[in-house]
Design a binder for this molecule. Sequence first.
Ligand SMILES: O=P(O)(O)O[C@H]1[C@H](O)[C@@H](O)[C@H](O)[C@H](O)[C@@H]1O
Ligand SMILES: [Mg+2]
Length: 334
Amino acid sequence: MQGVASTFPSVSRCQIERPSFKCSAPTPDQGINRLKLPPTSLQTVTQHNKTNKMSDPWKESFDHAVAVARKAGVVIRDALQNEVKVMTKSSSVDLVTQTDQRVEKIIISSVKEKFPTHSFIGEESVAAGHPCILTDDPTWIIDPVDGTTNFVHGFPFVAVSIGFAVNKELEFGVVYSCIEDKMYTGRKGKGAFCDGEKLEVSDVKDIRKSMIISELGSNRDEETVSKIFSTMKKILCIPVHGLRGSGTAATNMCLVASGAVEAFFEIGIHCWDVAAGAVIVTEAGGLLLDVDGGPWDLMSRRMMSANNKTIADRLIKEIDVFPAERDDVVKSKK
Ligand SMILES: O=P(O)(O)O[C@H]1[C@H](O)[C@@H](O)[C@H](O)[C@H](O)[C@@H]1O
Ligand SMILES: [Mg+2]
């Protein structure tokens, strides 16, 4: 499928001064699914690796995703110390920086080198005109900087998000919340973790005891904004304990997985915002639905992720749905 974008579009620029961050050096991964081999002969080790590859075919890809996400996070943290050149994509509030583009190139080129047959869907490659179609190929679904607006303003929630799908099914997700220095991971059938600690969604069933997270998005069409606000008003007035937004869908989903909030929903997100988080939430015991209660679809740009169906169904009743064009719509070339 599509490869790395050689050049990203050049768009309108302005400059912004931001507060600088002081960040500690990253710590090594603490026991994230590390393979422990007993001391034994080379032959047995080789045999063990072969068996392991068959029973756990995506382990190498997963380990690589964790390593490259951490490396990307270091690049993002370093970039926070400097002035950022801000460019725009679909509208004046859809921001992109050279860091988004650079980090995506770093991730894709490192994956290509190790796994030359794999495919990619990356936020900035798609912005540069690459197709956003999921095939049966092993596919890396990448948001190099989830929370670009946060990054531009120095609001301290920014994540590298890497989802991985095979035969159109998500196999693992890695979200590195790089300013907090938290590594979230999920692998199909193998659980979800944050820095090696197992994650579990909250067991709250009473919506009146819940905390919900959502976003205002980057659509400034008045009718859409009214629907977003009317939804939030209705949810607040249920009442719920609180309504929050971190500015990154990937981080929001990790907060559902961690049990810090009961649910995250948004219309207008893209597949790269939620592919990794989807695995992390489900592996932590949560569920994913469409915002109308139907089955969730990665390309639909709609997401309801919750700790349980009682909470999800109650929220779905209050959502004023608005249209968002699917990610996999093939645009005709003019
Ligand atoms: O563009 P990036 O990668 O920063 O991602 C988006 C967020 O993930 C959304 O939840 C959020 O609502 C915003 O639309 C934001 O753009
Ligand atoms: Mg994003």
